[in-house]
Design a protein around this ligand. Structure first.
Ligand code: GCB
Length: 596
């Protein structure tokens, strides 16, 4: 199983060597690197490039920042004695948006999709000593890739990525790269699901591994809480410590495999015991209703672009704790695995979103969507089957990667897709089914609806276990007139109340662009005062409808987008600046969320 998504670990049976650092890099605008054998000969004119990071914001020239097309990364991998009873892998946390990877000039594998791991078995390609690892990456967008977009070609032949979405098309090797060594007979994957039995818990497990399996669960003190033998079965945990919202308890799970009585492999990981269910219009964690408070985020920061950085993640969690949040959505793509590890530790809930974004044909689709002016998409998509295949693969890989995180409470299949045609229904129905079939924990499955997906027109909301709405009354609709905005908001919510009163609703986006420098009395759009008043208006509408079970503001921080007349060096809807300092409305949210 080469698509195992287990996070790398080192122990007496496995070695995980981090390859992060300064790599060699070269743009390949004419796509000639493969025919000119760059993978075996080495990059002809490399510059240095840090990994992990987006390349865009490290340059001082616009063409480099906006580069679209093929580009190469290269580094050396030093292998100690290669042994016949071991397997060797190269694992990228992600390469955006697609890649072909070569080891010593030979193709090791390729991957479509820029937000999930690329795990390549290089056992036959690696040799003792220095090996050349070359990555041909590409960041073009089209209507079969997720996210969706297009590429325009300028008269001089330069390509420009035109995402049908509102975030910069950051590209590169955004997450850590590892050289992994593990025994030939090894542990490939495991799945857990939970049932509570009074104060006790039943863990159903299955392990995919070569050899005989035994597992041990240890509590925080290292005492054994349960054990089991065999590749699937149940463990009974007496007086279980539950993983609770903002009060996480993590056990350590150890999986051992043996062949002829001898231990051959071992994998240790943190796990949390908790259940997630929908009951009427409540979202239950461990049988208790939870109201989701938090943000839609982006992986986005100064200099790094979308590159993962532990310090940024730490600061984000500290800000989210300070403000009283308990949840975030990985808008609009699965994040680096380290975000989920931290959420597991901090007791945060995650709505895990696949990059199903841009499924509406518009270069500023946030405008069209926010105002309820969607265009069709699926009916005239050039190759809807290929798009669906890529979407399906991303769902599969996301669930395979994230299924064991206690923080993950739901899967989001799309953000603001067109959902008002029969074609959209036919497109999404099998994808929702896939998510339901693949998740051993049967978490809720949802999708995020924009304004056009109104109660009377949306064909897809019945597929959702809870309904996510992005609504901008007071910004894209009746901007500057909160009274009028509120009246229209209530009108729509009354329609939902009549249509789907027994389903939980979560607001996954609401917000206003706000300049940290602008104060104005009386308020105007873009001022800090307006953001506060807008939030208060939204809260009063949310509180009026008992089926509203969450509010995830847009956005946690200001973030980079493409250029445009509606964006001032990016989207300014952050409750925090891009440097992670609070705007005034952050105090409004804190006051509410600390009491909610
Ligand atoms: C949306 C999109 C999000 C945008 C946001 C906005 O509806 O889902 O990606 O950034 O609106 O600020 O316009």
């Amino acid at each position: 199983m080469s698509n195992s998504q287990l996070y790398p670990v080192s122990n007496e049976y496995r070695r995980a060597q981090l390859l992060d650092g300064l790599w060699r890099f070269q743009f390949d605008p004419k796509s000639e690197g493969e025919s000119e054998q760059w993978a075996s000969a080495g990059l002809p004119q490399p510059i240095s490039m840090p990994v992990p990071a987006s390349f865009a914001d490290l340059f001082t020239e616009a063409w480099q920042r906006d580069y679209c097309g093929d580009f190469w990364y290269e580094t050396d991998v030093y292998a100690q004695e290669i042994s016949a009873d071991q397997r060797y892998f190269i694992r990228f946390g992600s390469v955006t948006h697609r890649c072909r990877v070569y080891l010593n000039g030979k193709l090791a594998g390729e991957h479509e999709g820029g937000f999930l791991p690329v795990m390549l078995d290089v056992t036959g390609l690696i040799h003792t000593g220095c090996n050349r690892l070359s990555v041909l990456a590409n960041n073009e967008l089209n209507e079969t890739s997720i996210p969706c977009g297009a590429v325009s070609v300028k008269p001089d032949g330069t390509k420009l990525a035109r995402g049908y979405f509102d975030f910069f098309n950051y590209s590169g090797i955004h997450r850590s790269v590892w050289f992994l060594q593990m025994p030939d007979a090894h542990i490939h994957d495991f799945s857990l699901s939970y049932r509570l039995d009074g104060k006790n818990a039943v863990i159903s497990y299955s392990v995919e591994a070569d050899g005989e399996v035994s597992i041990t669960l240890r509590d925080r003190d290292g005492s054994i809480a349960a054990t089991a033998d065999g590749s699937s079965g149940e463990m009974y945990v007496k007086d279980a410590h539950l993983w609770q919202v903002r009060n996480a308890y993590l056990y350590t799970l150890t999986i051992l495999t043996k062949t002829h009585g001898k231990v051959t492999d071992r994998y240790d990981t943190s796990v949390g015991i908790r259940t997630v269910e929908i009951d009427g219009n409540s979202i239950l964690v461990n049988g208790q209703p939870v109201y989701l408070k938090g943000f839609g985020k982006h992986e986005d920061s100064d200099m790094l672009g979308r590159g993962f950085n532990w310090a940024v993640a730490k600061r984000d969690f500290e800000c989210m704790k300070w403000i009283g949040a308990n949840c975030f959505r990985t808008s609009h793509y699965p994040y680096a695995e380290e975000w989920y590890q931290m959420a597991d530790q901090e007791g945060f809930l995650i709505i895990d979103e696949v990059p199903g974004v841009g499924m509406m044909r518009s270069f500023a689709n946030f405008m069209a969507a926010g105002a309820g002016k969607s265009n069709g998409f699926f009916g005239d998509c050039p190759d809807v089957d290929l798009l669906q295949k890529n979407h399906h693969a991303a769902i599969e890989e996301m669930i395979l990667r994230d299924k064991n995180h206690p923080s993950v409470i739901a899967w989001s299949i799309f953000n603001e897709a067109e959902t008002i045609t029969a074609a959209s229904h036919d497109y999404f129905a099998p994808l929702f089914e896939t998510a339901r079939e693949l998740d051993p924990q049967h978490r809720p499955v949802t999708g995020v609806l924009e304004k056009t997906s109104s109660p009377d027109r949306c064909q897809c909301w019945p597929m959702m276990d809870f309904i996510c709405l992005n609504r901008y009354y007071g910004w894209y609709i009746s901007g500057g007139d909160l009274k009028d905005a509120e009246a229209q908001f209530i009108e729509e919510m009354d329609q939902w109340a009549a249509k789907a009163p027994d389903v939980p609703f979560v607001f996954t986006e609401f917000g206003t662009d706000t300049l940290e420098s602008l104060h104005k009395l009386p308020s105007v759009m873009w001022s800090q005062e307006y953001q506060c008043e807008y939030m208060d208006m939204n809260f009063s509408v949310f509180d009026h409808y008992p089926f509203v079970q969450g509010e995830l503001a847009w956005n946690f921080t200001d973030f980079q987008t493409g250029q445009g007349i509606m964006r001032v060096n990016g989207n300014k809807k952050g409750l925090f600046t891009r440097q992670r300092q609070p705007k005034d409305a952050a105090f409004t949210m804190k006051k509410r969320w600390e009491q909610r």
